[in-house]
Design a protein around this ligand. Structure first.
Ligand code: GRF
Length: 219
C-alpha cells in the first residue's frame, strides 16, 4: 500500500502528534510520518516521536536571524524527508505567506474552536466568556491568514455550565485526536478537493462519530 508521507510540526506536548503516530501505526492507514519538527527544544512531543522510532528534529527559531531563514531550514528538512502533507499540531509560530504558499492545499492545522469563530489563542476561555452553548474543533487547510483556510472536518462539543477553560479543553482535545487522523486519511485516499474557500469531501456517506456535516463533492 502506498503511504502518503507526512511531516508533523509541533511546539509542545504533542498529543495530536500522538494521535497521528497511533493512526500511522495501523497497517491499513494510508499515511506515514517521515519527520517531526519542533521549533522548541526538549518538548514532550519530541520524546513521543523518538519512542515511536520516528525521525525528530529540533529547529529552534531562536537560532535564526529572522522568520525567513528559520522557514528555509524547515523547508529543507521537509524536502529531504520527502514530505507530501504537512500537519501542524500545536505548532505555535506564525508562518510567512511565502512558506504557506509553498504548501498550498498540502498543509493542515488543528484549531480548538468551531472556525471561523474564535480564531487565535485562548479559544475556550473566549467561548465560555461569550456564553456559547457549543464550541468544538476544526481541521483546516492553512492559508496565509490566521486560522482562515478551507475547513475539512469539524466537531461540535457542548459547553456545560460548570465547564472551565481546562475541562473544556480536555473534552475538545479528545475530538481533535479522532478528527486529525480522519482528515489525513480522507486526503490520502484522495477524497478531499479544495474549491475556492471550501474543502469538499467525496462520498462521505456515513458520518463517523462526531463529524458534523462535511460538504460533499458536487454540492
Ligand atoms: C491543541 O489544542 C490544538 O488544537 C492547538 O494546540 C493544542 C496542541 O496540543 N492548536 P498538543 O500539543 O497536540 O497536545
Amino acid at each position: 500500500m502506498r503511504k502518503l508521507k507526512l511531516g508533523v510540526m509541533i511546539s509542545g506536548r504533542g498529543s495530536n502528534l500522538q494521535s497521528l503516530i497511533d493512526a500511522c501505526a495501523r497497517a491499513n492507514f494510508p499515511a506515514e510520518i517521515t519527520v517531526v519538527i519542533s521549533n522548541r527544544p526538549g518538548v514532550y512531543g519530541l520524546a513521543r516521536a523518538e519512542l515511536a522510532g520516528i525521525k525528530q528534529v529540533t529547529i529552534d527559531h531562536k537560532d535564526y536571524e529572522n522568520r525567513e531563514t528559520f522557514e528555509d531550514a524547515v523547508q529543507e528538512e521537509l524536502q529531504s524527508n520527502e514530505v507530501e502533507l504537512l500537519c501542524l499540531a500545536g505548532f505555535m509560530r506564525i508562518l510567512n505567506s511565502s512558506f504557506v504558499n509553498k504548501w498550498k492545499d498540502r498543509m493542515l492545522n488543528v484549531h480548538p474552536s468551531l472556525l471561523p469563530a474564535f480564531k487565535g489563542l485562548h479559544t475556550h476561555e473566549r467561548a465560555i466568556e461569550a456564553g456559547c452553548r457549543f464550541t468544538g474543533c476544526t481541521i483546516h487547510y492553512v492559508v496565509p491568514d490566521l486560522d482562515a483556510g478551507p475547513i475539512i472536518l469539524q466537531t461540535a462539543v457542548p459547553i456545560a455550565e460548570e465547564d472551565t477553560a481546562e475541562t473544556l479543553a480536555q473534552k475538545v482535545l479528545e475530538y481533535e485526536h479522532s478528527m486529525y487522523p480522519e482528515a489525513v486519511r480522507l486526503i490520502a485516499d484522495n477524497r478531499v478537493r479544495v474549491s475556492g474557500h471550501k474543502a469538499l469531501i467525496k462520498d462521505m456517506t456515513t458520518p463517523e462519530k462526531g463529524l458534523i456535516n462535511p460538504v460533499p463533492f458536487g454540492s
